[in-house]
Design a protein around this ligand. Structure first.
Ligand code: NAP
Length: 287
């Protein structure tokens, strides 16, 4: 049971976590914290949070668990304010989409309290953002990856693990850098490709026709280009080095296709597409 939960950043992820914990009956009092009082009032009206506080350092003073659910670019400022007033029994966790940058921010700002921070990342989301987009079942049967480091207090890892299990999530553990590489490949790179694809096509002279005739494949491929630009700008910058290597590798694959087309190399194209098809078929078969 969590007596007082403070959610900093009452948006899609923070709001959904609050709703899921309330539905599971494992939290007594949820206090939201955000930049905008209007957003927080909306959170109260929608029943996502019980009350709100505009000052982060005030809100966390008596918290049992603090969840940081702001965009990655705001983490530093938020952690600076958290560490001013948490006590030695407060658990701090986050939901950021890349982990190395958040762990470094927490290490720099939390000092002796760094072992109280349990880094986490729910692999669940949507293209919509904001408090009104939240829903209680968002994490049902979805993975949540925890990336504790050697200093992290084991008892607190168990508490955060249990919090997410109450939301219906499946908990997995990864090393911080491994997380950033795997999620860089499976989530961050595809978002960059979708944004680039939409921008490229919308810059073409006949983009009206292109979008008018857009079929299912185009919609599937570019769905994630409707995701929040602020969030993805921050993900890009905080996992930059990993992402640059992945973009380079992807460009090599595109070059291979270009060369095969230039050389009219049907065998090479068949081999490239056949390999991708069998990889994807076996992947989906295993999901
Ligand atoms: P969101 O719906 O836009 O919510 C972010 C919340 O943070 C908003 O309520 C925003 O409120 C608030 N906020 C922004 N800057 C702030 C600041 N400086 N101080 C206090 N509050 C601030 O975004 P989200 O999708 O929930 O993403 C939140 C976090 O979850 C991000 O770190 C993201 O990487 C991670 N995540 C997202 C997804 C996804 O698919 N969306 C999945 C997994 C993890 P105002 O702007 O109104 O102040």
């Amino acid at each position: 049971m969590i007596e007082k939960l403070v959610i900093i950043g009452v948006g899609l992820i923070g709001g959904s976590l609050s709703l899921a914990l309330k539905q599971a009956g494992v939290v007594n009092n949820v206090v939201g914290c955000d930049r905008s009082p209007q957003n927080l009032q909306k959170g109260v009206d929608l029943g996502v949070i019980d009350s709100f506080e505009l000052s982060i350092s005030e809100a966390v003073k008596t918290a049992d668990v603090v969840v940081v659910a702001v965009p990655l670019g705001a983490m530093h400022m938020v952690f600076q304010q958290i560490c001013e007033s948490i006590t030695d029994h407060t658990i701090v966790t986050d939901v950021g989409s890349s982990k190395r940058s958040v762990v470094e921010v927490a290490r720099q700002t939390m000092g002796d309290r760094f072992p109280q921070f349990v880094p986490g990342h729910p692999i669940a989301g949507a293209e919509k953002s904001g408090v009104e987009a939240g829903f209680a079942s968002l994490f049902q049967n979805r993975s949540v990856i925890l990336t504790p480091v050697k200093e992290t207090d084991n008892k607190l890892i168990e508490r955060v693990d249990s919090m997410w299990r109450h939301c219906g999530a499946i908990i997995e553990y990864l090393d911080v850098d491994h997380h950033d590489r795997v999620l860089g490949a499976t989530s961050h790179l595809p978002h960059m490709l979708a944004y680039a694809m939409v921008n490229y096509l919308s810059g073409l002279n006949d983009h009206d026709e292109i979008f008018r005739y857009a079929a299912g494949g185009f919609r599937d491929f570019t769905r994630i280009a409707s995701s929040d630009p602020v969030m993805w700008r921050d993900v890009c910058l905080s996992n930059g080095n990993t992402l640059l290597k992945l973009i380079e590798g992807y460009q090599d694959e595109l070059d291979m296709i270009s060369k095969a087309i230039q050389h009219n190399d049907a065998d090479q194209l068949l081999q490239l597409f056949g390999k991708a098809k069998s990889e994807r078929d076996s992947l989906i078969g295993n999901c």
